[in-house]
Design a protein around this ligand. Structure first.
Ligand SMILES: [Zn+2]
Length: 78
């Protein structure tokens, strides 16, 4: 199995009221979904993002992945 290069990502319901890591004005009420991001490394800790920020971040990541994937695949496209 190839090395996993992505941060650990998980969408789940918030067990208590939280605030978004990207903007502390974004409240995440208990029971609402939020995106948990866990960077790799020994000092691993979680970062939580609200639905709006989480959606934007995943869409940006997806666009980056698609662009790089397309670049790699262009090697064999000709
Ligand atoms: Zn947010």
């Amino acid at each position: 199995m190839a090395k996993n290069i992505l941060y650990k990502l998980e969408v789940r319901a918030s067990r208590r009221a939280n605030t978004c890591k990207r903007n502390s004005n974004h409240k995440i009420p208990k029971g609402d979904l939020w995106l948990i991001v866990t960077p790799p490394g020994p000092a691993a800790r979680d970062y939580g993002y609200c639905v709006d920020c989480g959606t934007t971040m995943l869409e940006d990541a997806q666009a980056t992945l698609e662009a790089q994937l397309a670049a790699l695949r262009s090697q064999n496209a000709t």
